[in-house]
Design a protein around this ligand. Structure first.
Ligand code: SF4
Ligand code: SF4
Length: 396
């Protein structure tokens, strides 16, 4: 199970598409973070993912360190097993924190929307200045420490024309795991959706070319749809399980089913499913979960219903304000992307690409891939250490 700790409502950016625009007043105290770890220990002692989130979580680096140290003390007593992630805009990354993260296996996901034109359109600071130049410096540093970090990109109607160029840029930059999502709440019209379709087709050609060259990389929208075809019924395990597999803990310790529901204006109070002191209200949790998975009549006879994101409560909430109503943009996007990805999968299957076959048909691949990544990371770190020792000369 994954637990997202919202450490602060504040942020050093003012992204135009942010669904929780930053405010200064809500900060998690060290008391609440400790009680959250106690609650997590009770709820999921075998293996709990702790995700540090904001606003911008690196505004609270000390609290992250305190929380991890407390969690480690419980691990030493054999009470629980944790792993950690930070979702950050990257601007406050520094070597000291990256060293600590490396030692304690805290994995980073950094938000970059792609090329400068795409990134700076939305991701500006309080003075209206784009953050691309700074985030790119930080991304270089991050990849030195964690070459397999995720990069999180958001595609909006205003930046959709740069989608393909942005994916190329991020891959060339060195990222191998691209998590891309649409800004569903954006102002999508037919013209923008046509551009999106063309961009997906271009990205699909790139995906095919790189996969046939046996490059190992991950592009989330395609991987998900490929898996939804190949895995059949098992794909259900990977779908959104609203408020069940992943929950969010607000700065004051309230529990919500997902990050988007931690708001500071009271508008999502009806989605609160408990708090860290009293625990989860299982009746409400289960009611919201079942509601989020209700299929609407228009979906019941649709051939895509088992592969569609129609069960994603967050997309539905973002676009309709309800967790059980699909929107035209969600439906249009699914009808667009599934055929593109199916065609791609068919080609790669026929051509017998070994990366493709491993990734999608070998149940042990996630484990094999993890060890491959670790092996490469160790080689890179060793080379780096030798270079430092040799005063910058690469004599390996
Ligand atoms: S960096 Fe994240 S939290 Fe901060 S304004 Fe942008 S989207 Fe919102
Ligand atoms: S493609 Fe549209 S109609 Fe079909 S299942 Fe998805 S949301 Fe429902």
């Amino acid at each position: 199970m994954h637990f997202t700790l919202h450490l602060t409502s504040d942020c050093n950016l003012r992204c135009k598409y942010c669904y929780t625009p930053p405010i200064k007043s809500k900060e998690m105290s060290s008391e609440v973070s400790k009680r959250s770890i106690d609650f997590i220990t009770k709820t999921s002692p075998e293996n709990a993912g702790v995700i540090f989130f904001g606003g911008e979580p690196l505004l609270k680096k000390d609290l992250i360190i305190q929380t991890v140290e407390y969690a480690k003390s419980l691990e030493k007593k054999g009470k629980a097993k944790f792993h950690y992630k930070v979702t950050t805009n990257g601007l406050l990354l520094d070597e000291e924190f990256l060293e600590y993260s490396l030692k304690n296996s805290i994995y980073m996901g950094i938000s970059i929307d792609g090329i400068k034109e795409a990134h700076d359109y939305h991701r500006k600071n309080a003075k209206g200045k784009g953050s691309f130049d700074r985030v790119i410096q930080k991304a270089k540093l991050l990849l030195q420490y964690q070459p397999y970090s995720n990069v999180l990109m958001v595609v909006s109607p205003e930046t959709v024309e740069y989608f393909y160029d942005s994916v190329v840029f991020l891959l060339d930059f060195g990222f191998k795991y691209i998590i891309s999502s649409l800004n569903y709440a954006g102002n999508w019209n037919d013209e923008k959706l046509n551009i999106l379709k063309k961009q997906y087709k271009k990205i699909s050609k790139l995906y095919e070319k790189l996969t046939l060259k046996e490059h190992k990389f991950y592009f989330s929208p395609f991987e998900k749809k490929l898996a939804s075809h190949i895995m059949g019924n098992k794909y259900k395990d990977y779908e959104c399980h609203f408020g069940v597999r992943q929950i969010s803990i607000s700065p004051n310790g309230d529990i919500f089913p997902w990050v988007q529901f931690v708001k500071y204006d009271g508008s999502t109070e009806s989605y609160k499913i408990g708090d860290i002191r009293k625990g989860i209200d299982h009746k409400k949790q289960s009611y919201l979960y079942r509601k989020s998975r209700n299929l609407q009549d228009i979906c019941k006879n649709c051939a895509l219903r088992e592969r569609c994101d129609n069960k994603c409560a967050c997309i539905k909430f973002q676009t309709t304000g309800e967790i059980d109503k699909v929107s035209p943009i969600l439906c249009g996007h699914e009808r667009m992307i599934i055929p593109i990805v199916d065609k791609l999968g068919e080609k790669l299957y026929k051509k017998g690409s070994s990366v493709f076959m491993q990734k999608h048909y070998n149940n042990y691949y996630p484990l094999i891939s993890f060890f491959q990544d670790m092996e490469e990371e160790i080689i890179l770190r060793t080379k780096d250490l030798i270079m430092k020792k040799n005063g910058g000369k690469n004599e390996t």
